[in-house]
Design a protein around this ligand. Structure first.
Ligand code: FPP
Length: 238
């Protein structure tokens, strides 16, 4: 008889007090290489991990999940790989939007997604419009996103309005309407932030795992949140 996996906790307690979790999804290429598969197979498996993780986040009652899907530096990758990643994103929206929408998930994008091909932009805008009034988990996908670029844009906008203060800059960030970042996860054993949510990570807890992104799932998210629950957050105080 197949052994049954223990059910994941659901409800707001399962998020262990975290409201906003962000993930640097790394290791798709290495996952594929280990299996002698093309990199595209790693990205495809990465999308399955995205599905599992979003469903778990939603079940746990997490308010916001931000995923780093394409950085502003990823344009340096071979054109073929960029096409494959764009294709996967389009397929993800086509195949999963209805399920997310019926589960009250709201889609948000940070970064300049208009740089992608017109068909992808159209699909993204349709998905944003369709889910805009949903009140469940906010799924934020970072596309053509770079934190330094976000900060420069925010600083310019704040300067046009007056003095650049902490609050003025914060309200101009792409993430202005999102809850503060509680936990930043990076998979694949790399220990760096790679230009992701640099400002927002100021007081976030960081969690690094050797697990490659395609192996990530709800159980892995629960393990990261368990680690988060054990941290003492002092925000610079005693
Ligand atoms: C890093 O692995 C992963 C990426 C650059 C892309 C992440 C994209 C996905 C998981 C698929 C598309 C996402 C959505 C939301 C539909 P890597 O290629 O850098 O791996 P490596 O470091 O092992 O080579």
């Amino acid at each position: 008889m197949a052994s049954k996996a223990a059910p994941l906790q659901s409800g707001s307690g399962a998020a262990r007090g975290a409201r906003h979790v962000a993930i640097i999804m790394d290791g798709n290429g290495r996952w594929a290489k280990k299996r002698l598969l093309p990199r595209a197979a790693g990205h495809k498996a990465g999308v399955d991990a995205v599905r599992k993780t979003v469903r778990a986040a939603q079940d746990m009652g997490l308010e916001c999940l931000t995923l780093y899907a394409f950085s502003s530096e990823n344009w340096k990758r071979p054109e073929q790989e960029i096409m494959e990643l764009t294709g996967l994103m389009k397929r993800f929206i086509k195949a999963d939007l209805d399920e997310f929408h019926s589960n009250n998930v709201r889609l948000r994008i940070i970064g300049n997604y208009t740089a992608f091909e017109p068909e992808a932009v159209e699909l993204i805008e349709g998905a944003l419009a369709k889910t805009a009034n949903n009140t469940g988990c906010t799924l934020v996908i970072a596309l053509n996103y770079g934190s330094q670029d976000e900060l420069v844009r925010a600083a310019n906008r704040a300067a046009q309005k007056g003095e650049i203060t902490l609050e003025a800059l914060e309200t101009e960030l792409d993430t202005a309407d999102l809850p503060p970042l509680d936990l930043l996860i990076r998979t694949s054993g790399e220990i760096r932030l790679s230009n992701f949510l640099l400002w927002q990570a100021a007081y976030a807890e960081l969690y690094f795992t050797d697990m490659l992104w395609p192996d990530f799932d709800g159980k892995a998210l629960a393990t990261a949140l368990e680690s988060f629950a054990g941290r003492e957050r002092r925000y610079g105080g005693l």
